[in-house]
Design a protein around this ligand. Structure first.
Ligand code: URP
Ligand code: ZN
Ligand code: ZN
Length: 462
């Protein structure tokens, strides 16, 4: 493989910022040196003067081809990982899904079959457990041995993915025994279903009612319950897609007690709000996801949580459904709108915008988007940093370029953008994945099958 040198950039990791040349050999970073101090011979040289050199992004929460509400997320592993690469993400951790009544193994095999030979960037899997029973619990240690070291359970979606408290406790106990991390979708599903039924009976069918029935208090209550169940089980806990400030307060209180409790939020909760859900006509359907978007005044608490480390990770929860033919399954009944937003392409840019806006420092940007997800899910230091021995997953990032996000220019396989018309400062210029150039100055050079499955070790914060 070609020796590659990236010269003159500002190398930004979670730990430091240094002007350095970076030498890549055989798919790995082998050395960093003072700019111009080494006469490295290389077949390929990238001049990153005036640019940042950052680790490839690690998106720890995606749903390619996820079945939901009678349809399927519109990005395949091929289209979704290509879009991720366009946005400077070089690793995804996707959720393999257990079908109720079937073993975990069948779901995991299915996900391997979907991804194998199709990905532009490296990938790993979490496992969604939709059917906690004795057989499923017995399968968990085997999956951990194969590098699937985290399990997602749902307190929401009764009849679909939902587990009751007893099932959650049992799964947490088994996860703790095997060193795995339990991930929780923390919303009180049975209570939400009552509110959905009552809202529909009152004729409240528009997308905005999705946000109203999925009350912040029901996210907070479920988060509190998840924390207490994890304490009883002696298990670490990772709460996915936190959107309500009341839920964040539960996480912060648990962390203040020194409990191994972690939280993730997503760009949609930081940049979008119930104002979008209330857009006229059926437009609000574009913003239906769960947990739901919250009133704008929750955002300040989320930004603060990201700064104070009460939230450790920003993932996308990328789960795209086209407006035509998918989101419109819920015209006249918001509860039938498939839940999920497209976003895998925009996370690095939106978080860079947060640096420009003064919400985050540059190093915190890289920590939240690269280093912390890699550590949380057992991929560090191979992924998430730039250091001798790390995979050469590198992004040359132009912090001054201005771009406008739009469905007309994005690469995700979905017919709308949740950020249509939004201008952001900063843009990915070049992307390397294990030393191979995937993208350079607007030209896509990647290929399906370059990306390989990453067996993960266990959470590195424990
Ligand atoms: O609305 C969402 N978040 N869809 C994806 C499934 C999930 O709960 O993460
Ligand atoms: Zn969820
Ligand atoms: Zn999700």
């Amino acid at each position: 493989m070609a020796r590659t040198v990236i010269t003159g950039g500002l190398v930004v990791t979670a730990a430091e910022e240094t002007h350095a040349d970076v030498l890549v050999e055989d798919g790995r970073v082998v050395a960093l040196a003072l700019p111009g101090s080494q006469r490295w011979h290389a077949e390929r040289v990238f001049d990153a003067s005036g640019k940042y050199v950052v680790p490839g992004g690690v998106d720890a929460h995606t749903h390619m081809e996820m079945p939901f509400g009678g349809t399927r997320a519109s990005d395949t592993f091929e289209t979704g990982t290509r879009a991720a690469a366009w946005g400077g993400t070089t690793t995804i951790v996707d959720f393999a899904v257990q079908t109720k009544g079937a073993p975990l193994r069948a779901g995991l095999d299915d996900w391997h079959a979907k991804a194998d030979g199709r990905c532009a960037i490296d990938y790993a899997f979490h496992m969604i457990v939709s059917d906690v029973n004795a057989a499923t619990l017995d399968e968990m240690p085997g999956l951990v041995g194969e590098g699937v070291t985290s399990f997602k359970l749902f307190m929401a979606y009764p009849g679909v993915f939902y587990s009751d408290d007893g099932q959650i406790l049992r799964a947490m106990q088994r996860a703790a025994d095997t060193g795995a991390l339990t991930m929780l979708h923390a919303e009180n599903g049975p209570a939400i279903d009552v509110l959905v039924e009552q809202a529909l009976a009152r004729g409240e069918t528009d997308p905005r009612h999705h946000g109203e029935v999925r009350r912040a208090l029901l996210e907070a209550e479920a988060t509190h319950r998840a924390i207490q169940l994890a304490r009883v089980a002696g298990a670490p806990l990772y709460v996915v897609h936190v959107s309500a400030r009341e839920a964040l307060a539960e996480l912060a209180a648990a962390r203040d007690l020194g409990l191994p409790v972690f939280g993730e939020t997503c760009p949609q909760y930081l940049f979008l709000s119930t104002d979008n859900l209330a857009e006229p006509g059926f437009e609000g359907a574009k913003y239906v996801c769960s947990t739901p978007l919250r009133p704008r005044d929750h955002q300040a608490a989320l930004w603060r949580g990201l700064r104070t480390d009460d939230l450790q990770v920003v993932s996308t929860d990328h789960c795209p459904f086209c407006f035509k033919g998918q989101k419109d399954l819920g015209r006249g009944d918001f509860s039938k709108i498939p839940n999920g937003l497209p976003g895998v392409e925009h996370r690095m840019d939106l978080l860079h915008q947060a640096v420009v806006d003064g919400h985050l420092t540059r190093r915190r940007w890289i920590e939240l988007a690269c280093a912390a997800p890699a550590r949380m899910f057992g991929l560090h230091p191979r992924k998430g940093t730039i250091a001798p021995g790390s995979d050469a997953d590198l992004v040359i990032y132009d912090p001054h370029a201005v771009q406008t996000l739009s469905a007309a220019t994005h690469h995700m396989n979905v017919d709308y953008s949740a950020y249509e018309g939004r201008t952001v400062t900063g843009r990915v210029e070049t992307v390397l994945s294990r030393g191979e150039v995937v993208l350079d100055r607007g030209q896509y050079l990647g290929r399906p099958g370059h990306g390989t499955f990453l067996p993960r070790s266990t959470c590195q914060y424990l």
